[in-house]
Design a protein around this ligand. Sequence first.
Ligand SMILES: Cc1cc2nc3c(=O)[nH]c(=O)nc-3n(C[C@H](O)[C@H](O)[C@H](O)COP(=O)(O)OP(=O)(O)OC[C@H]3O[C@@H](n4cnc5c(N)ncnc54)[C@H](O)[C@@H]3O)c2cc1C
Length: 543
Amino acid sequence: MIKNIKIRVRPEVWCDAQKLESELAQQNAISPKSLRGYRILHSSIDARQRQVMIQLDLDVYINEEPPQTLFEPKEYREVKGDRQAVVVGLGPGGLFAALKLIELGIRPIVIERGRNVSDRRRDVAQITRRQEVDPESNFCFGEGGAGAFSDGKLFTRSKKRGNVSGVLERLCQFGADTGILDAAHPHIGTDRLPAVIANIRNEILRCGGEIHYETVVNRLLLKGSQVVGVGTNRGEEFLGPVILATGHSARDVYRMLYSEHIPIEKKGLAMGVRLEHPQQLIDQIQYHNKAGRGPYLPAAAYSFVAQCNQRGVYSFCMCPGGVVVPSATGPQQVVVNGMSASARASRWANAAMVVEIRPEDMGELLSEGICEELPTCTFLDAMGETLTADSPLVAMALQENIERNSWLNGGQKQVAPAQRMLDFVKGRLSADLPATSYTPGVLASPLHFWLPRFISTRLRSGFDVFGHSAHGFLTNDAVLIAAETRTSSPVRIPRDRDSLCHPVIAGLYPCGEGAGFAGGIVSAAMDGERCAEALASQCSCRE
Ligand SMILES: Cc1cc2nc3c(=O)[nH]c(=O)nc-3n(C[C@H](O)[C@H](O)[C@H](O)COP(=O)(O)OP(=O)(O)OC[C@H]3O[C@@H](n4cnc5c(N)ncnc54)[C@H](O)[C@@H]3O)c2cc1C
């Protein structure tokens, strides 16, 4: 018999399988002999009270053996010589689109500008050593996409947009720990993600898919208003309908679409800074315990949101026990983000702290001034246009502006401008800075002064609110590191709601975060699957 049980246990019981079994038996009047095992369906931490408890939802097996496997692995069959389609970008969107195409009998031809995930590891390490970013292989570009060196958080709110557990099961099939199947906030960790990505790639290749690394798609091949393939910087052409999964940082792709007069739209986004606290302080605050988290609890996370002057200010992409990383994709930019290893064991806790910027806010932000030699402006100048608040590229120009200011104020390398948290709120330059996890280094800078007022004033109000709701959070032991600008796509590439195809260009499937239809690893993966299904159901793929 299988009995579903919901139970609250102390952390030390949660971490010990034997103790958990005897507690299950005791609390539910099950004889220990008949209890053959259990399967955790969902686990979450309840830290609202001084005694932190773990809430578990389990299936308990009484006089019946539990199943050997937690999920059914999928079998992918060879598609060599079958119909083919082009997938641009090998981030989560592209990886899952390619897998789904194979499942549907279509051979994926994948084009990826960056290197494979193991060579890419060396390229990201070089950013700190050389203080330079390889524009084709970095924290955003390369096999695995922007999520390859990340916290690997797999939590998503877009549950209606696809099969979340299906994506998690596929990740397990390719090597992720099955613990992600039951955690309330699952994560994989940057030390484990690359192996999972490599396993997915090997499966794509085994099934007859092609992957072309270090190859940049720089044009769409059009027959009238139909995409029939792509052209690359190597002069090659690849034919088939196109899933465009190029992520939020492929600015050249947005410029290419704009110059080809393929409709794209202005989109809101959120920008701000990365905030880093000592992890111990966050543990003390969140677990209500001066001693911190103790031996059984994981590094604590937080989530804050407030409305400040009619716009949301919120924490995002929180990395407990993580590090802040340089995630620029080109020269003269300083951009930060966060990642952590599976153990989440670093001394620091970091999160993006960002302000919501709506499409109608662009005029106000533009009026704060924008540097003229920014790539978007020069690009528009070359097209005989000037940047306006209505341009589809306006949010991208604002991102570039902040990233360039960050570079100028950080000493024109990958050293990032930074300010202690309380100093920022009080509007004073920090005399010194605490140690941080950001390895290229930090330089004291008045962020309150040079960040756009639209952002800085709201961040200051937000920090006040957060400091009131979590005593000790607003502190000079925490540091703000600039700039956090790549939270989502600055542009939307439109698509039809049902067919998922671009409304004007047939055969073009804008996909994932770069198209503005996903945010995060799981939602991008689900979107990749949906685009592949839509393509398979509509397109006459090339034989
Ligand atoms: C440091 C960091 C940490 C993150 N942490 C998390 C996290 O913990 N959890 C989470 O859910 N999300 C996280 N994110 C966000 C997450 O990575 C993205 O939401 C997700 O990767 C988007 O997937 P995607 O496939 O749409 O695009 P991307 O992952 O951006 O992939 C796009 C791919 O397209 C390639 N490409 C771009 N242009 C071209 C071209 N012209 N030709 C060929 N190839 C091209 C790029 O090289 C890239 O590999 C993090 C992001 C970063 C940068």
